[in-house]
Design a protein around this ligand. Sequence first.
Ligand code: HEM
Length: 491
Amino acid sequence: MIIILTFPLIALFLFHELFWKRRKLPPGPIPLPIVGNLLSLALPKPGYEAFRKWSNEYGPVFTFWLATKPFIIITSFDIMKETFVKDGDTYSDKQLNGDGHGSFYGVLDTNGEMWREHRRFTLTQLRDLGLGKDLMQQKILLEIEELHSFLDEHIGENIDLPKVLDRSVGNIINLTLFNKRFSTKERDEFIYLKTLVDGMFNTVAEFRFFIQHLIPWTSKIIPGPTLHEKTKEWRNLLDEFFKKQIEEHRKEISFDDVESLDYVESFLKEQKRREEDGDKDTFCNQQLMAMCFDLFMAGLMTTTTTLTWGIAYYLHNKDVQQEIKKELDQVIGSSRLISTADKNNLPFLSAFLNETQRCANIIPLNLLHVAKKDTKIGGMEVKKGTGVIAQISTLMFDDKVFPDPQRFNPDRFIENGKLKKVDELIPFSIGKRQCLGESLARMELFSFFANLFNRYEIEAGNGGLPSMDKSNDNFVMPRKFNVVLRKRYEE
Ligand code: HEM
């Protein structure tokens, strides 16, 4: 009797999984029950190969099952543009889960008016705090001078350069938020903050937590602490860290000053204005903490990881090193600081930066968006609420756009001795939710690379050349390596 009943149930289940639930979606790989196509991303990590194969097999628009949820993956630049730029409003919502802040605040994990208002506010503040003027460049150059003084003391020694750069990048975000940098004496304070940021990232990346993030009910059956409990621990510590600095601001702020020195000061002034107008919600304290969280989470690891890959590619490619040094010697010719004002005269260095971002390809699966209404993508019907992803990592390794894509070759961005604009290079994504920190990140990457390469000979340290293996980590982080520096100019 049981066998007679079980057989049709299994048949029904398989019919549902293999056919019924997929019938109105673009074609794609067959999903397994519960995990969908997730396992393919681990074979090999970080999943570039799986997406490349599917894109070749099913075309530039296909369905990928992230656990039990279908996502429409777009791998062609033209269709990404049609979708996320020309019809941008339809895709400006993200799939929210609140795992980061434990609630829906900030910009990473909000939609609608809250997201729009704070995205606009933050972009305006970043501009007013210096990105639109020379001020931000000056702050970055001051940070680079501090970096140089530190590195100069360690000439000829083995040094974990990525770790040192991490503090400089963290300083720039902290300066932007709180007008405060971590001096050499406050190194422990930064190490503590970094431990919290890494702790949060590593938690979300752990497979059992990643599954809980995608299928919340599994937290009830997977043994051990839940994702919610684990992220709450890190979040509370991060909140405490931010709260301390916010409270110091509250004590010192002068609401009569029109100009603000940092993001938190601008936010507190706007908060007061709104509260006087009867709006206590839009600029509430929880939103401020969530914004500090988002800018640190989104801005620190991405920038340091890109810088670290850049140094690794530089060490591995002697011919590229020679070309960069030749250009720097011709154009700069001294140990003076280099700023973005020099950028147009350093096309090969800019090409190196482009190629670093393309090859580092640090976001193997882009953030999850949803269609706000019934629509069409690449001619295929898509229902309101369906997940949609601009799969930028597949595009950056597309051999039709970037021939011989695995080869590190900055020359692909050079034409007639000048920097060639290649629209398909979109490491900061595309559309209404394109990276909010893009201008800041670009300025940092250029300034750090230019000044490091101009001031120092950089050689591999005692562990040899850095490993270029990306299969070890969910975040495409390079493995740890040391370098040895020597000065290129006597002072
Ligand atoms: C090399 C460095 C960086 C890379 C490669 C990068 C890349 C990205 C990508 C791919 C997205 C997802 C866009 C989407 O949803 O389609 C994103 C979003 C975001 N990034 Fe960045 N990012 C970098 C640096 C930064 C920095 C320095 C900050 C700020 C300090 C920042 C803040 C953000 C924020 C707040 C979002 C969410 C925007 C929104 O949803 O409206 N990022 N970034």
